[in-house]
Every structure is written in C-alpha cells, then in structure tokens.
Ligand binder design. Sequence first.
Ligand code: 16C
Ligand code: ATP
Ligand code: CA
Length: 574
Amino acid sequence: MEQQLPAGRRPRLVSSLGLGQRCCEVTLDQERGLLAWRHPRRGGENYFVPTSEIIAVEETELNKKQRNTGKWQKLAKPHAFTVYYVKKARNHRWWCRDVTFWCGDENLCNQWTQALKELLEMQKCRPKQLLVYINPYGGKRQGKKIYEQKVAPLFSLASISTDVVITEHANHAKDNLFEVNINKYDGVVCVGGDGMFSEVMHGLIGRMQKDSGIDQNNPKAPLVQCNIRIGIIPAGSTDCVCYSTVGISDPVTSALHIIVGDSQPLDVSSVHHNNTFLKYSVSLLGYGFYGDILKDSEKKRWMGPMRYDYSGFKTFLSHHYYEGTISFQPAKHTLGSPRDKDSCRTGCYICKESEQQLAEQQKKCGLKHEGTVSSKAEHVFSYMHRQDTVQTWLATQRSRQTEEDEEEWKVIKGKFLAINAVNMSCACPRSPKGLSPAAHLADGSADLILVRKCSRFDFLRHLVRNTNQDDQFDFSFVDVYRVKSFQFTSKLSEDNGSNVTDIGKKRFGQFCRDHPACCCNIADSTWNCDGETLDSSAIEVRVHCQLMKLFARGIEENCKDEAAYSHSSIEHLL
Ligand SMILES: CCCCCCCCCCCCC/C=C/[C@@H](O)[C@H](CO)NC(=O)CCCCCCCCCCCCCCC
Ligand SMILES: Nc1ncnc2c1ncn2[C@@H]1O[C@H](COP(=O)(O)OP(=O)(O)OP(=O)(O)O)[C@@H](O)[C@H]1O
Ligand SMILES: [Ca+2]
C-alpha cells in the first residue's frame, strides 16, 4: 500500500510483509528517512532504523529449506529482500544486523528494494573508494587478520572499493601519502594503533601543506585544513584516538562508522623546536611520567601491549621529577573549562561554536568552509578554489597570529612529575574517562595538566583517579588549564641556553634571574607525542582548530530513550 502525498514530497511505503514465518507491518518514511517494523515474535518489539544507518539492501534468493517451511509453501514464488543495518548495543558498540522481508508480489518487492536503494544513493557523505594501510605489526600483530575477517566483508557489502597497502616498514604509509593520487579517494583508513594513525595523519596534513605551499617549519604558519577523512580500525596497544572519538575500540564499530560516512573534526597541535617542525599531536603530549614510560617501553616492543604496564610500574617506582618552565596562552575563545562536569559528546555545542568561529574567519578571506562533508568532485574543486585564495588566507591568518602572540601569556616554573597536554580526553580502555574527561575533540584548545612534585603515595592517588570516577584534578599538586598554545623549556636546556625561541628566551631568562638555580640534577625527560618520542625537550606547541576529520561522530550520549523507543508503537512515531 502506498500513501499519496502532495507533489514534491517523497511517499511513505507501508506494506504487510513476511518476516520469518509470520507477517508484520513495515513502514518506510522516505521524507524522514526511517524504516520501521514490528517484530511478529520477540514480544512484538518495534524496530526503527534511520536510513542513514542502513548498510546495504539486497534482493534475496530464498533457499530450498526456507521455501519448504511455513507460509512459504503457499506462495508459488516468494520474493524477498534483505536489509543490513546498524544495531547499537551497550558501551557504544555497533553491530551489523540483517532482516529479510518477503512477499508474493514481485512488483511490491521491487518497489521496496528500489525505494531503499534510492535512499542509500542519497547519502552523499558515504565513501565509495578508500585507501587502506595495514600495520601488520601493531598491538598484538592482528591487524591483517582483523581487516580481512571483520572489516573487508563489511566494506564489500556496502559496495566500497579499496586499495589496500600492507606496510613493510615504519613511515611507509606516511611517505606513500605524499605520492598517491589522493583525489581518487574519499578517505584513508589505517589499521593499527595510535602510531599508525599518527603516520597517516602526518602524511595527509603534510601533503596538504606541501601542495598549498605552506612551510611546516614555520611555527606560526596558518595550516590548511585537511578534508580527506581518516578512518581508524583499532589494532594497536592503546588505541586512544579511536576510543576517545567513538567510545570503544572495536573494529566492527569503526568499520560501520566509516561506511555510514560519519565525520568528526579534530584539533591538531603542531610541535616545533627552534623553528623546526617536529610533529603533530592529537592525543597526548606528555613529559615526565608518560615520556619516561614510552622511552622505556620502546625497548620492550616484543612484550606487546603489556610493555606499558611493565614500564609504567618501573617509571612509577623511579619517581623522577623534572624542573622546567612552562608558558601558555589560555584559550579564551572557547566556552568550556577543564573542570566542567559535562564531557564532549556527539553534536557538542562547544565544538560547534568553535566551528562557527573558524567558518567566519575562512569566509572573510573567501575560503569555502569545509565543516560539511563534500563529495570527491567538490573536494577537488574546493582544493583548487583554495589555491586561488590561499594567499589571502595566509595574510589574514598571519596578522591574526601576530595579534594572538601579543595576548596574555602565563608563566609557571616548577618541579613536575608529569606535564600532560591533551587535545582530547585521551580516554582508552586503561582510563575510560581519560586524562582530561572534559576536554573537547574540536574546540581549538588543549588541556594542560601539571602534576607537581609530590609523594609517591599522592601521585598514585592521582593516577588511580585517572582510572575511576573520582576527580583527578582535585589535588593541591595538580593544576589544569585550557590553552591554545604553550612552550616548555627544561631547567637543563635553559641553563645551556637552548631555548625554544627568542620570545621564549626573554620570558624564561627573566625568571631564571628571579629564581636562582636549584639543586635538581636529574637529566631531561622525553616528550611522548601520541606514543612517539621527540628528540627535543624544549618545544613550542600550537593548537590548530579542526585541522582534520575522522570517520567518527564523537561519543554518543547513552541512549536512555532506547527502551522507550522500542516499546512505543510504530503509529505513534510515524
Ligand atoms: C594503579 C594503576 C594506575 C594506572 C594509571 C593508568 C593511567 C592510564 C592513562 C593512559 C593514558 C593514555 C594516553 C594515551 C596516549 C597515547 O597517545 C599513546 C600512544 O598510544 N600511548 C601511550 O603513550 C601509552 C601510555 C600507557 C600508560 C600506561 C600507564 C600504566 C601505569 C602503571 C602505573 C603502575 C603503578 C603501580 C603502583 C603499585
Ligand atoms: N611494517 C611495519 N614494520 C615496522 N613498523 C611499522 C610498520 N608499519 C607501521 N609501523 C610503525 O609501527 C608503529 C606502531 O604501530 P601501531 O601504532 O600500529 O601499534 P602500537 O604501537 O602497538 O599501538 P599504539 O600506538 O596504540 O600504542 C607506528 O609508529 C608505525 O610507524
Ligand atoms: Ca580540543
């Protein structure tokens, strides 16, 4: 049965179709993009699937066994179609489920598959062609198997074509991204851990800047946004970026977010030393505790993910602290604070506000705002468009940068057990709410956490609070600031005169004269930059708001109304 609607509006399909041995009413509201049916068994449970969460629709050949049972027998030739859709389970896990409907009328069956396929065609944000990099040695060395067994079948079900590269050495993916015809792809997928993601991110951001003529070594250079989305199939040791942006490290869930074409902008920090580009960071930039753990754990790679627990225990016992000076610019443009009770969730209004500010800046110099996902053709177009206006963009951003540099800098000198700068919460299985639970994925700021010298017992209390519901910042020896840029110089490098920049030299120099050298003689620690060590302890860091995008949607609120949803009637909702 088809209902007539005024011209221009898409009709609603309502039919009585077979499901298993029985019949049920199935509704497709094409206007609202919702497929609904009431299961004839399972207590008459109602199902609602937004068309944006349908993976695929296929005509189905019923096998002999199915045809010889129940109602099938009465039909000369039953016609059937199968809908594959996202089923949301607990803890942000997504499954791919399927349901097969049948009927005796071939036309009706065709009408249904046609309507559903047309709705899928309208989902322009979905990728059709992906470039996949697999690190076969990440985490528990399961990357290849995970991709082949759990992800590739879903991509093929969703008619996504892929070019797959199994990496042969570190930096293989990064180097390759500077050479490939990137406009051929709607996205890049990395199968591995945070290190593998970092490689792909460096490849894409680096490529974008190179093609736009931007010098990455200039710490003040305004960077050009990278619009090719990255998908992460978690197969690493920490998988912090995946966990913090999806809410779980699960290859199937991540594959489904890629298929439905989700998009999550992400802040990226650039890290420089003496006008030399070192790295980009999206999760943790950690000096002291997390730097020392990483340095020690690199020698124990053979232990797999366990290496972090081993090195963590050793580093905790060593209880090293480091003296240095940190200067930072508070992030005044953003609405939130690191002590907020609410966390960044899907559709976060604080990140939206930052996106708007960014869009306004870009509009002023004629750049198209890239907040929404564009098709491949539009991507190429907007890129050429950017070539025309890139000089205007650079000029306005440079003057904005100079103004920003003049803004307030706070300077803190001290002895620290850990200095952690996080662009996102850094939630991961070890720390489900993260190092900074209220940090935002895309607000243009980072949370700077300073853990000052304290007793082992107090430090342990702070560490433990990173793993439970208690407030890890509620200690006299812990301070947290929301910042848009910061610089750090260790006492040792200050004494050796190797400061970050001339501005830094002046600022820190004054402090050294005010506070004569102390007796701390511990060597420098190392910076842990998203799981990789940096060669320099003196660094200059700047947060670039929404520089790149992931195939994700942020962490969804726990859907409290899910139960209510399934008990309410189809008629009520449609
Ligand atoms: C009593 C237990 C307290 C445990 C406290 C655990 C807090 C865990 C916080 C994890 C934060 C991860 C942030 C993400 C960083 C990633 O960009 C990076 C790349 O993947 N991963 C690491 O650097 C890998 C970092 C891995 C850190 C593991 C830390 C393990 C600490 C163990 C301390 C043991 C103390 C025992 C005292 C009896
Ligand atoms: N074929 C390869 N051989 C050796 N190293 C590789 C290869 N491919 C990638 N790498 C490097 O391995 C490093 C670690 O990989 P990955 O991040 O996937 O796993 P992990 O370190 O176990 O996980 P995590 O980063 O989540 O802790 C990456 O920095 C990457 O540069
Ligand atoms: Ca942020």
